[in-house]
Ligand binder design. Structure first.
Ligand SMILES: Cc1cc2nc3c(=O)[nH]c(=O)nc-3n(C[C@H](O)[C@H](O)[C@H](O)COP(=O)(O)O)c2cc1C
Length: 381
């Protein structure tokens, strides 16, 4: 890498506004602040940091703003610059450890600005074998969601294209870049009124801002033995997947439809009987699928990872056989992390489980993630 062409980025100061719920609801309803101006370097920096930045508490080890299976970090992030003041047009590589951009290809014929998410699969498949392919695609989903939600908070629309619909020109350039192109996120100003939105049907006492939730997010594997309040569970389920506007959820559709659902394996939640429930993303109802405490079974199916048995509830993301379901699971998973963090709950994305055993427990769909949820033994903030 030619560091002479490196642009050091300013470190990120988390904004105390907007609140997480405010942004996610606006995102669902295409109501992100209307703006006509062009992206600034400061706004680009925020978006890149949200996708792959090193969390401030972990400069040495560089734990990122999104989770990664075994911290293998297979993603490489590029910024495509067109018409941005003070930034030569072309493709830049983002270096999370140096928090910098380096021009890797100069091109003034590009007619959009955006983020390209590439993946070096071997970093993850080297450890996890063929299971690693799903993990990487889930991670791309986490990256997309942080990019989209941060763009929304800055007043920009982020259109997501998965590899099969990335423009040929970008794919041609790919041989100069590390990894395979997984997703292109084109950033544009918002120019619409958005849709009529439904209010969040729960009360929120204290909640972090979007930026604080992104920075404080981390995986939690130890939970207090106390029941989860229904209000806290609702906050997480609603913000993760609810259709705040008719037909549109708190994350973007991939190729024009949603494929995934969330199932709750309830062990200790105030005012809900133990059992397995599907959360209806259109009505917000928990529909019972079976009764009883299935946490031990779910823990065994998750390679006996203790935290699955310990948490008062686990969210299982289920989808279809299609690989787009895996990207979508990452987007929902990121919403679960962010919303849990915003109200002081903990969670961890679990990909290591026996598919057939989890499938048998939940009874619907193809399991993509198991995410225990509870009050962390060690407070997050
Ligand atoms: C696809 C995927 C699969 C994961 N599977 C597991 C798992 O089976 N068990 C676990 O404890 N953590 C799992 N994790 C969490 C990672 O270990 C964690 O994100 C990583 O150590 C970085 O830590 P952080 O999330 O606190 O930044 C997984 C994360 C991802 C993205």
């Amino acid at each position: 890498m030619d560091y002479k062409r490196e642009i050091k980025l300013l470190s990120i100061e988390p904004r105390n506004k907007p609140r997480l719920s405010e942004v996610l609801v606006k995102l669902a309803c295409a109501k992100c602040k209307y703006k006509e101006k062009i992206l600034s370097l400061n706004e680009i920096t925020r978006i890149l940091f949200s996708i792959q930045g090193c969390r401030p508490s972990s400069w040495l080890s560089c734990f990122r703003t999104i989770p990664s299976a075994g911290a293998t970090y297979p993603l490489e992030i590029y910024f495509i610059s067109s018409g941005i003041e003070g930034l030569e047009e072309g493709i830049y590589s983002y270096n999370p450890k140096r928090h910098s951009l380096t021009l890797v290809y100069s091109d003034s014929s590009l007619d959009f600005s955006g983020v390209l998410v590439n993946a070096v699969y071997e970093r993850t498949t080297g450890y996890y074998g063929s299971r690693g392919y799903m993990y990487v695609r889930e991670e791309v989903g986490h990256a997309i969601q942080n990019a989209v939600v941060t763009s929304c908070s800055l007043g920009f629309k982020a259109d997501v294209y998965l590899s099969e619909s990335i423009p040929g020109k970008i794919l041609e350039l790919n041989n100069m870049l590390k990894g395979v192109s997984e997703a292109l996120i084109i950033l544009e100003p918002y120019n619409g009124e958005g849709k009529e939105l439904r209010e969040l049907p729960i009360s929120i006492k204290r909640e972090l801002s979007l930026d604080e939730a992104i920075i404080k997010r981390k995986s939690v594997r130890s939970y207090e033995r106390k029941p989860l309040s229904l209000n806290d569970l609702n906050y997480v389920t609603y913000l993760s997947i609810y259709e705040f506007c008719e037909g549109t959820r708190t994350y973007p559709e991939l190729n024009s439809r949603y494929r995934d659902n969330i199932i709750l394996v309830v062990g200790e939640v105030d005012s809900i009987d133990n059992g397995i429930y599907i959360f209806r993303s259109d009505t917000g109802e928990f529909e019972v699928l079976s009764r009883g405490d299935y946490r031990r079974e779910l823990m065994k199916a998750s390679l006996s990872q203790r935290w699955v048995g310990e948490a008062p509830v686990s969210i299982v993301i289920v989808g279809e056989g299609d690989i787009r379901s895996e990207y979508e699971a990452g987007m929902i998973g990121q919403n679960i992390y962010l919303s849990a963090t915003a109200i002081g709950l903990g969670t961890v994305a679990i990909g290591a489980f026996y598919d057939n055993m989890v499938r048998e427990i939940v009874g619907v769909g193809r399991p993509l993630y198991v995410m225990p949820l509870g009050y962390p033994r060690k407070k997050l903030f």
